[in-house]
Design a binder for this molecule. Sequence first.
Ligand SMILES: Nc1ncnc2c1ncn2[C@@H]1O[C@H](COP(=O)(O)OP(=O)(O)OP(=O)(O)O)[C@@H](O)[C@H]1O
Ligand SMILES: [Mg+2]
Length: 366
Amino acid sequence: MSDDALQAVRVRGFSLSKSEIIGLLIRLSIVGAATYYGVKWIVYAMDPTRKQKQEAKQQAEKLMRAIGLPLHSSLTEYELSIATQLVDPLTLTIAWSDIGGLQGTCKEIKDTILLPLKKKHLFAGSKLMQPPKGVLLYGPPGCGKTMIAKAIAKDAGCRFINLQASNLTDKWYGESQKLASAVFSLAAKFQPAIIFIDEIDSFLRSRASHDHEATAMMKAQFMTLWDGLITNENCEVIVMGATNRPQDVDAAILRRMPTSFHIGMPDKAQRRHILEIILRDEEIESDVNLDLIAEKSENFSGSDLREICRNACMYRIRDHIAEGEAASDDLRPLSMADVLSALGKLKEARVQQNYSIQPLSSLPLD
Ligand SMILES: Nc1ncnc2c1ncn2[C@@H]1O[C@H](COP(=O)(O)OP(=O)(O)OP(=O)(O)O)[C@@H](O)[C@H]1O
Ligand SMILES: [Mg+2]
């Protein structure tokens, strides 16, 4: 401190030595720093989303380590929250070979979505030969849309974000928008990437004037960011949606998904293939006639066929238990009678639910 300043201190009636003044300054700096960090900690402790963010961070880091992704220090807390929805392909059990009756569609999907991601060099020369930025899988329930998405995730060899609408909604105003923008910024950081939204009709349904303001803003944000993807040729991010109610999806969203695949109800040959796949690991008797089952199961989806086979297998367990102690340890093989009986029961249940099998084909997609 200068002599003038020391003089000023003396004039006001204090007489402080140089060391006392230095000590005072040090104490003031410590109090200042403690106050700064104290207030910062209080603000942090008062943040209502703190625990959620901490958990998301830990979960995202664990997942990214498992997938083999570098732990980006530049990821924001919102991006980390979205990163919890990254899919580890090794944990997925569905492969293309598990999907029955849809070989043609699967091949087309692979060529449209996966080929441009895997063979980038072939697509580099032309502006038109770019992968689509939006893909829609639509069709009646239980016919394999989610299965196809899982097979893509397993095979893609790129990052796959299985976006859950619940992770974008937040009770705090403005948070949803930040999360929506984090989806795209995270995908861009980890590109090539696929953002998958199952049941997209519930999340991006047609906008209406009575929509909640926060939801409307989030949808608008989502569309704007998606447009950013479409116009950026170098951005290898694809948004993929699946729905059984395409008529409920907002028209502007549908426009952003020009490539669409209809995953319809299986025909007889497709049902036979699905049955083959479902029963391939089961012990079945030689009298099981898959052609006949496929013929008798008209208007049943892949999911129904799986349910029929599951119920048929349960008869083996019931018989085994009914035999009591006399039964050997081995279950008897699945018989044609088991399958027909399970099929009959499901048809009966349908009729009772007023889902008469005949008009089922003419029902709307839901
Ligand atoms: N083509 C298929 N091949 C083999 N199994 C199938 C097929 N389609 C459906 N399944 C069976 O039905 C189940 C449900 O299929 P999935 O979840 O893919 O239906 P979805 O089309 O997504 O239905 P939703 O529209 O109701 O979500 C699968 O787990 C599988 O066991
Ligand atoms: Mg589904």
